[in-house]
Design a protein around this ligand. Structure first.
Ligand SMILES: Cc1cc2nc3c(=O)[nH]c(=O)nc-3n(C[C@H](O)[C@H](O)[C@H](O)COP(=O)(O)O)c2cc1C
Length: 202
C-alpha cells in the first residue's frame, strides 16, 4: 500500500451477497454525508438520495421487474438487450440487500431526448459530480465495514422508476448496501502501462 493510498480504496469490492442484518440509520446518515461532501460542477450538487428498505424497497423493485418485462416486449434500449439477463441478476441482489439507495440526478435529462452540445456538457458535468458522490458513499460504506454494489442496471427500467420515485429528475444509479456475505477477490485491473501516457516524467 502506497503512503498516500486510502485503505478503503484497496479493500472495496462489489458485493453481490448480503446478510439480512439491518443497518443502523446513523450509519446510513454517515454514508450520505460522504456523498454530500463530494465536489460538483459549479457546486450544483445535482443529487438526491432516496433511501429504501422493506416494503418501500420492494415497491420500487417491482417497478424494476415491470421495466425488465417491458424491455422484453418494447425495448427502450434495444442495443443493450444482451445485458438484460444481467439486470435480472442485479434485481435479485437488490432484493437481498437490506438497504438500497436510489440516486437521482435532479437536473437530469430524459434518456429519450436528444441533447444539444451545451446540454450534453451540462449533463456530463452533473454525471461526473454524482459519480463522485456515489464513490464517496461506497468508500464510506467500506470504511464502516459494510459491503456495497454500485448499480446502473436500473436504466432498463428508467421509465418505471421515474414514474414511481415521486421526485423530480432522472434516476442516475442505485447503491445496494448491507453486511457482506462473501469476500470476493480483487477483480483484475489494467496495468499502469496500459492506461497511462506519461508526457512529463522520465
Ligand atoms: C457505474 C457502475 C455501474 C455498475 N452497475 C452494476 C450493476 O448494475 N450490476 C452489477 O452487478 N454490478 C455493477 N457494477 C459493478 C462492476 O461490475 C464492478 O465495479 C466491476 O466489475 C469491478 O469489480 P469491483 O467493483 O469488485 O472492483 C457497476 C459499477 C459501476 C462503476
Amino acid at each position: 500500500m502506497g503512503i498516500f493510498m486510502i485503505r478503503a480504496i484497496i479493500d472495496r469490492r462489489s458485493i453481490r451477497k448480503f446478510k439480512s442484518d439491518d443497518i443502523p440509520k446513523s450509519v446510513i446518515e454517515e454514508i450520505i454525508k460522504a456523498g454530500i461532501l463530494a465536489p460538483s460542477s459549479k457546486n450544483r450538487q445535482p443529487w438526491k438520495f432516496i433511501v429504501t428498505a422493506g416494503a418501500e424497497k420492494e415497491r420500487l423493485l417491482t417497478a424494476m421487474e415491470e421495466g425488465l418485462e417491458r424491455e422484453k416486449r418494447e425495448p427502450l434500449l434495444p442495443d443493450s438487450a444482451d445485458y438484460r439477463k444481467g439486470a435480472e441478476y442485479t434485481l435479485g441482489i437488490m432484493r437481498q440487500a437490506p438497504v438500497v439507495i436510489f440516486i437521482v440526478n435532479v437536473l437530469g435529462q430524459s434518456l429519450e431526448r436528444t441533447l444539444m452540445p451545451e446540454e450534453r456538457i451540462y449533463e456530463i458535468c452533473n454525471a461526473q459530480s454524482i459519480g463522485a458522490a456515489v464513490e464517496n458513499m461506497i468508500l464510506a460504506a467500506t470504511e464502516a465495514g459494510l459491503g456495497s454494489l454500485w448499480i446502473c442496471d436500473t436504466f432498463f427500467a428508467q421509465r418505471e422508476f421515474n414514474e414511481r420515485l415521486n421526485t423530480d429528475g432522472e434516476l442516475f444509479a442505485a447503491m445496494a448496501v448491507g453486511y457482506a456475505d462473501e469476500m470476493p477477490l480483487a477483480r483484475p485491473r489494467k496495468s499502469m502501462e496500459d492506461v497511462v501516457d506519461w508526457r512529463f516524467y522520465e
